[in-house]
Design a binder for this molecule. Structure first.
Ligand code: PLP
Length: 451
């Protein structure tokens, strides 16, 4: 059961510790990736793992999908890069067209590519400000939007991220995001959606003039907060407030996009039309690419060159993205995400009868969170138990991470088969059982820290 770790692994980790900044890492296991195909990751020692993290929801089509590999190889031979800021290239143009076709919003749109989710979140903020000529942004507590200065300024998840780098972008206001499991600070759990809306209204009536707000930025499903799904009607109410006052809606679909939740974009579950949508992560199956798609008039109100990056829209990333979108459709990956997601949710729900630490199971498609608690009635997070479960999974050959200290992050590639899902969930169940029985030592907590 124990993973074989030799000096090969330890040496690489030691060198990394010596040369790399600690700020770039979320510590998990001593796993040095060598190869990755489909659902399987192989480390340099030859140990194989089922990947339930998908490289943080980036690899929706499975690692090294042959069609992606082929598209990339073909493009590499032709041209690695010419900046689309200065010249044109076909993959860039074709991808922009595809993005317009597949994103929600029944209006004329324009696209701008970036390199990371964070850079495109910054783009969305700039676009909203330029169009509305307003300076204020509303965001949600516990949201995660990235690590550039703009993205950190609107992220409400971690003091650690914000500490010592101020002043951040000014004029950002945070409101609570509906948490149907734990409720929100001092509010009744019965109607978390309306409670959060009422909080926003109170803010607008007391300290925050609605006609000075450029946009509300939100994750349609809050991912890193531990997969929080707002109740029905929440977004309709939010949209109604925003439309009355000319406030734009920015949907951050960096984590939820490209089939992850069982729809191409999670926005489709909520029957609203964001004015700006941010995408990233899975779009190019691991090649760096992100972007914003917005109403045409929003982009037209903005000067040039107000938002470009030299290597954004790189042709290799663009061909990988075009192929990714086509694979999601051809292989019916959204249907598969829903089918396997249901199976996984039902397995965890059954586990609630056996293991006291499984407090809640929630999700859509293959973005699922399993909340690990000390006690079902207090819902107190069991951060140590969560880390120990993930550690045990790694020892047994499964990559599993967690959000918000205590929420197991179930996000395998959307290509997963039912047999692979069964095998993986069996490993997680055994790990829960063994962690609950005290069979995982406290020492592992020195290594696995998570997020
Ligand atoms: C919802 C959301 N927005 C933005 C980002 C930032 O993306 P990136 O790390 O590519 O900058 C992330 C990354 O995890 C995310 O989950």
């Amino acid at each position: 059961m124990k993973r074989i770790i030799t000096e090969m692994t330890n040496d690489i980790i030691d060198i990394e510790k010596k040369y790399m900044s600690y700020t770039t890492r979320v510590p998990y296991f001593p796993l040095v990736v060598d190869e990755a195909k489909g659902l399987t990751v192989t480390d340099i020692e030859g140990n194989e793992f089922i990947d339930f993290l998908s490289s943080a929801a980036v690899i929706n089509t499975g690692h090294n999908h042959p069609r992606i590999v082929e598209a990339i190889k073909k493009q590499v031979d032709k041209c690695i890069h010419y900046t689309p800021a200065y010249m044109y290239h076909e993959p860039h143009t074709k991808l922009a067209q595809k993005i317009v076709e597949i994103t929600p919003g029944n209006y004329e749109k324009r696209v701008a590519f970036g390199i990371s989710g964070s850079s495109s979140v910054d783009g969305a903020i700039k676009a909203a400000k330029a169009y509305t000529k307003r300076s204020r942004i509303v965001s949600f507590l516990r949201s995660y939007h990235g690590t550039t200065v703009g993205a950190i300024s609107v992220s409400g998840i971690s003091l650690g991220m914000r500490k010592d780098i101020g002043p951040l972008m000014s004029d950002v206001y945070f409101i609570p995001y509906p948490d149907s499991y734990r409720g929100n600070i001092g509010m009744s759990i019965d109607d978390v959606g309306s409670n959060c809306i009422n909080y926003f209204k109170e803010l607008l009536e007391t300290v925050l003039p609605a006609d000075e707000i450029a946009a509300v930025i939100y994750e349609p499903i809050q991912g890193d907060a531990g997969v929080l799904i707002p109740p029905n009607g929440f977004y309709k109410e939010l949209e109604s407030i925003c439309r009355k006052s000319g406030i734009l809606l920015i949907a951050d679909e960096v984590q939820t996009g490209f089939g992850r939740t069982g729809k191409m974009f999670a926005t489709e579950y909520f029957d609203i039309e964001p004015d700006i949508l941010v995408f990233g992560k899975a779009i190019a199956s691991g090649m760096p690419l992100s972007g914003i798609v917005a109403r045409k008039e929003i982009f037209e109100s903005w000067g040039a060159p107000a938002h470009f990056f030299n290597t954004a829209g790189n042709p290799i990333s663009c061909v990988a993205a075009i192929e990714t979108i086509q694979i999601i459709k051809d292989e019916k990956l959204m249907d598969n995400a829903n089918k396997i997601g249901e199976y996984i949710m039902s397995r965890f729900t059954s586990m609630m009868d056996e293991y006291e630490c499984v407090g809640d199971v929630r999700g859509k498609g293959l973005l699922i969170g399993v909340d690990i608690v000390k006690n079902r009635s207090t819902k107190e997070r069991d951060i140590k138990m969560t880390a120990k479960i993930c550690w045990r999974c790694w020892e047994k050959g499964l990559i599993l991470a967690f959000f918000s200290g205590s929420v197991l992050r179930i996000a395998p590639p959307l290509t997963i088969s039912i047999d692979e899902a069964k095998k993986a969930i069996d490993i997680i169940e055994e790990s829960i059982k063994e962690a609950e029985a005290g069979l995982v030592s406290d020492e592992v907590l020195e290594v696995i820290k998570g997020w």
